[in-house]
Design a protein around this ligand. Sequence first.
Ligand code: NAD
Length: 358
Amino acid sequence: MSKNILILAGDGIGPEIVNEAVKVLARLRDGFGLDIAMDEALVGGEAIDATGVPLPEATLNLAREADAVLLGAVGGPKWEPLPIERRPEKGLLGLRSGLGLFANLRPALLYPQLADASTLRPEVVAGLDILIVRELTGGIYFGQPRGVHRREDGERVGVNTLIYSESEIRRICRVAFEVARQRGRRVCSVDKANVLECTELWRAVAIEVGSEFPDVELSHMYVDNAAMQLVRRPKQFDVIVTDNMFGDILSDAAAMLTGSIGMLPSASLDAHGKGMYEPIHGSAPDIAGKGVANPLATILSVAMMLRYSLGAPETAERVERAVSAVLDAGLRTADILSPGMRQVGTAEMGDAVVAALG
Ligand code: NAD
């Protein structure tokens, strides 16, 4: 049965990079029998300009009906003066909560061809392939009570609440174990169980879920140690599963191990395999419209979509092999350029990946 993909290009470089990913999808549809239909809608700043809100009802409805959503990026200086609740980024949060996307998958994969791009020594990072599974809709970012108030003695007090139910922990751990089965079969659960009771529960539930997956090895690490180990010996990790805030911080640190923000895709999944797929970078207003942005993170987001929402792992590998072949051929956008390589623009990079699909 045909799968519906909703395309949300967004702002800044969003339309440029999404255009290249759509070329890849179209080629897979026309040349390799991928049974998909694509639709488009507005989100972020472009939606504010057209409708006054960052997430129009029509977009959310189309996203609900779709099997998967491909997003470019949102935001830019034009909309920064707006109050926070009307900014483009609210469109993203609305999509995440409106679609129940509780599992954020962020791979940190360093193509051997780009080992020099990392700030760490090549031997520490070459061949790095970590997947961070971050809980996305709970924890301290959403817990109540929250806010800043004035105490009786007149002093201001800020409060946020770290709260997780066991069902929230169980479902994110299950995602981590299931994806580990498709990779190296190792899960490291990151917590702060020595200090925070909430993450003591996290650890206990992770162990319970782990017993359902005897073929996957489970280990535990305190978050401070995990941060240290990520820069010391990052290749020891396969899948890391952790809460919303720890995952936010660790996934950015892991991304920087690879040295190029333009290469990293992400997926946010619901309980039924539907997902929103997007590069981890933003709308890069400094290079928007110049045709120089790296489209590979968005193209690799398509590969994740094929694997996790469209049930087409072989086609996902085809896309990943094509990206690798293009890097082998020495093509580089400006952000990953190194001596001796050939600099190309956004469209030329996209066309090269399409050609390398076979
Ligand atoms: P950014 O990721 O947009 O850019 C950071 C730096 O990386 C810039 O120098 C940019 O040119 C470069 N860069 C990013 N993507 C690139 C690519 N594909 N190819 C080559 N270079 C690339 O982060 P920022 O500058 O902090 O944010 C810009 C805007 O994007 C802000 O409005 C921010 O709120 C928004 N933002 C959106 C998302 C999202 O849509 N998911 C994520 C982060 C930031």
